[in-house]
Structures are given as structure tokens and as C-alpha cells.
Design a protein around this ligand. Structure first.
Ligand code: SAJ
Length: 403
């Protein structure tokens, strides 16, 4: 009997592990690969190394039943999924070296009829580039493999649901590859599977997140104009959105997370002359965080002039968006760091209700901070903050807690 797994999952992170667990839950043997031995050991013990609702049960079950095994090296299989990070080099240029390394490690294992899919967010043309690499080393496999790109589009915190029910865009390097990849995903996914080519599928992922970034930049730009024009931006947006064809998003203290603040650069790096709006949106959203830090500084000085003493300041929120504990690329964290760099004997309370302890910041309970501080700075619209009464305080509400 053939003991090889059916699927090899290269990368067991935020997307790779949930996807591996989903496939294994369908009783398809998955061999998960990660370069980190701690991750491999944790998973083989039926445990998980990331925070994601319902993932623990899925992994525990799949490992117990023998359908999911983790390892630091790949094995021969029929389908290979590349789900590794694509970070940045200097100057905001995408770094596809992990995709390349993962691909190189499976090239010797490939055989006629295998399916190779990239899910990692990638610059346009990456799938074709990897195909070139494969055929350079294994020319005898030319036209004998199926090669496709299929981006993930799940929202952290809701991954196990969205993996199954979200629509997917699937683009092969040719039509037979597209069809083969669609056939593969249709075994696990209930959302609609939309067929296209590899380049369009690659760009589709980048465009989804760039579109959201551009729309948020518009809201952030309005917030800067409204501040000067003495208009409440929240009221303005809510009124403009009463128009049946207008839907403006919410301004905040910048854009964070590992997707929306990152993916637009994948387009800008390759098409700088053509991607004016996309590039400018990134600049506006980054500038908004700097502007918020400057606002805290001027409000601090105004307080001192008016009251003849230094204020105490509560910095409310560190996460990159409301009601989560994820601080990756968080504009709130950037603002807190910037404000603390300019500290001059004022007292600061740093608040993040979704985290118990932080290794750099000493955290204060939100109620205590709100009660003691002279200046309240809302950086993230966490639900807890909406219950705070702050009639007599100076309040800088950058994210619409009080709207
Ligand atoms: N934000 C605003 N104003 C808004 C909405 C969001 O300032 O009106 C800010 C948030 O505070 C946060 C940032 O934008 O700092 C991003 O948050 P998000 O909830 O918009 O998105 P992410 O990064 O958690 O997940 C996104 C999703 N993409 C889209 O909604 C187009 C998700 O579906 C993708 O799978 C994910 O990126 C990804 O992995 O690419």
C-alpha cells in the first residue's frame, strides 16, 4: 500500500495550519511542513501555536485520527500547497524567497500529474516564475504538471468558518491547471470557486486589500480636512452615507495588520508609475498615525499652558483593530511608542483590554486609566471603551469611540 500523503502543505502558519486541518478533517492525509521544529512538535502533539478560534479542536482531531502529520521536510504527494509568508525587503519590495525555497524543496519530489498551488500573497507573475524554476530543474515534466494560484481571503478570528464558506478565485497557468485546482478545492470548500488565469488571481488578492486601503485613506483624508474645518467627521460620513450610492469607511489612527497595510506595496513596487492612487493611499494612511502622535503632543502642551502643570495621559488601545489582541503592524502601537519617545515627565497610562501582560508596556486597566487621566486618547475603538463616561476630560477620539 502507498503510505505517501495526498497533500503536502508547505508552511503551517496563520493560513497553512487551518487549511491543513480543514483538508485533514475531510479524511485526506496531509503532510504539513514548517521550518520551525517547535511548530512541528506542537502540532504533532495535537496542539497549536497561534490564536484562532476553533483551530485547536480541528488540529487535535486531525492529528489524533492520523490525517495530519507535521515535519520539517516534505514528502512525495499528489498535491503541493505553498502557504508561506511573503514579507518585505528594504524600500517596500516584496520578498518571495520563502515561496522560492519552499518550491525548490519539493521540486525533486514532483512526478507526472501532480498539482502545485501557491496561496501565499505574491507579486504578479510569481506563479509563472515558479513554473520556470520547476521546469528548469525538471524539464521532463513540462506540460505534465498542473500549476495554479489561489489566494486565501479569510479574516483572522473567523478563519475556520471563512475557509469553508468564502468564495475563492483560482487561476491556473493554463485551463487544465485551473480545472484541476478547482476540482481539488471543491472537495473542501462550499463557497463558489471562480476560474481565471494565474496572473489575474495574483492581482485579485492584491487589489482586494488595496481597494480597502484606498477607501480607508479617503476616510482618513476627510478626518484631516474636518479637523481643520471644525466639522465632526463621524457625523459627516454618516450623513453622506445616507446617499444610496455612497459608502465611506471609517477613519482611524492609521491602517494596520499584516495584509492591508502591506499588500498594496506589492503593486506599487512593480508598477510605480501607474499606481498613483494606491501609493498615495499608503502615504495618507501612514501619515494619519504620525498626525495622531503630533495631536497628542500639541494637546499635552495646551494643557500645560492652561493648567500650569503636566497632564496625565491615557493611551487607549494597542491592537491593530477593535476587539482583538493582535499587535502586528499596529498604528496604535506606533503612536504609543512615538508619544513615549517625546515624554517629558508626564504620567502615562497604557491600556489594552485584550492583553493581560506586555513585555515592553506596563498596562493599566481601562476604567482606572480613564478615571485618573487628564487627557484620554482613543486609538482603537474597543467595545469596553464605549462604556466610559468622560465629560470633563480632554478627549482625543481618533477612532470614533464617542461617535
Ligand atoms: N480600518 C479602518 N477603517 C475601516 C476599516 C478598517 O481604519 O473602516 C483599519 C483597521 O482598524 C485595521 C486595518 O484597517 O487597522 C485593517 O483591518 P480590516 O478589518 O479591514 O482587515 P484585516 O487586515 O484584518 O483583513 C484583511 C481582509 N481583507 C479585506 O477585507 C479586503 C481579509 O479578508 C483578508 O483575508 C486579509 O486582509 C488578508 O489576509 O489579506
Amino acid at each position: 500500500m502507498n503510505n505517501n500523503p495526498e497533500v503536502v502543505m508547505m508552511g503551517l502558519g496563520y493560513i497553512g495550519l487551518p487549511t491543513a486541518a480543514l483538508i485533514a478533517q475531510n479524511k485526506v492525509p496531509v503532510h504539513g511542513v514548517d521550518i520551525n521544529p517547535d511548530v512541528v512538535n506542537t502540532i504533532n502533539a495535537g496542539k497549536i501555536h497561534i490564536v484562532e478560534p476553533d483551530l485547536d479542536r480541528a488540529v487535535e482531531g486531525a492529528v489524533k485520527e492520523g490525517f495530519l502529520k507535521a515535519d520539517t521536510t516534505p514528502k512525495e504527494a499528489d498535491t503541493y500547497l505553498i502557504v508561506v509568508p511573503t514579507p518585505f525587503k528594504d524600500k517596500n519590495e516584496p520578498d518571495i524567497s520563502f515561496v522560492k525555497a519552499a518550491t525548490e524543496s519539493i521540486i525533486p519530489l514532483l512526478k507526472e500529474g501532480d498539482l502545485y498551488i501557491i496561496e501565499s500573497t505574491s507579486p504578479i507573475g510569481t506563479t509563472e516564475k515558479m513554473m520556470g524554476l520547476i521546469f528548469e530543474k525538471r524539464p521532463e515534466l513540462k506540460d505534465k504538471l498542473y500549476i495554479a494560484y489561489c489566494p486565501e481571503r479569510v479574516l483572522p478570528g473567523n478563519v475556520m468558518y471563512e475557509l469553508v464558506y468564502n468564495d475563492r478565485v483560482i487561476g491556473g497557468v493554463d485551463e487544465v491547471s485551473t480545472n484541476k485546482a478547482v476540482e481539488f478545492y471543491s472537495r473542501f470548500i462550499q463557497g463558489e470557486l471562480h476560474k481565471t488565469n494565474a496572473r489575474t488571481a495574483e492581482m485579485c488578492k492584491l487589489v482586494e486589500n488595496s481597494s480597502r486601503d484606498v477607501q480607508i485613506a479617503f476616510a482618513n483624508e476627510l478626518s484631516l480636512i474636518c479637523d481643520k474645518a471644525d466639522i465632526n467627521v463621524w457625523e459627516l460620513i454618516s450623513l453622506a452615507n445616507k446617499h444610496p450610492r455612497v459608502n465611506i469607511l471609517q477613519p482611524g489612527c492609521g491602517v494596520g495588520g499584516h495584509c492591508i497595510a502591506v499588500d498594496p506595496y506589492f503593486i506599487v513596487a512593480d508598477y510605480p508609475m501607474e499606481s498613483k492612487i494606491i501609493g498615495t493611499a499608503r502615504e495618507i494612511n501612514n501619515y494619519k498615525s504620525f498626525w495622531c502622535a503630533e495631536k497628542v503632543r500639541s494637546s499635552k502642551m495646551e494643557f500645560e499652558l492652561k493648567h500650569g502643570r503636566k497632564p496625565s495621559i491615557a493611551l487607549m488601545g494597542l491592537a491593530f483593530k477593535p476587539n482583538i489582541d493582535d499587535l502586528r503592524e499596529s498604528p496604535a502601537k506606533y503612536i504609543v511608542q512615538k508619544v513615549l519617545q517625546n515624554a517629558n515627565d508626564e504620567e502615562y497610562y497604557i491600556v489594552e483590554p485584550n492583553i493581560e501582560d506586555h513585555k515592553v508596556f506596563k498596562l493599566t486597566n481601562y476604567k482606572e486609566a480613564a478615571e485618573k487621566a487628564d487627557i484620554l486618547v482613543y486609538l482603537v475603538a474597543h467595545d469596553e471603551f464605549k462604556t466610559i463616561k468622560s465629560d470633563k476630560k480632554v478627549v482625543l477620539d481618533f477612532c470614533g469611540v464617542m461617535k
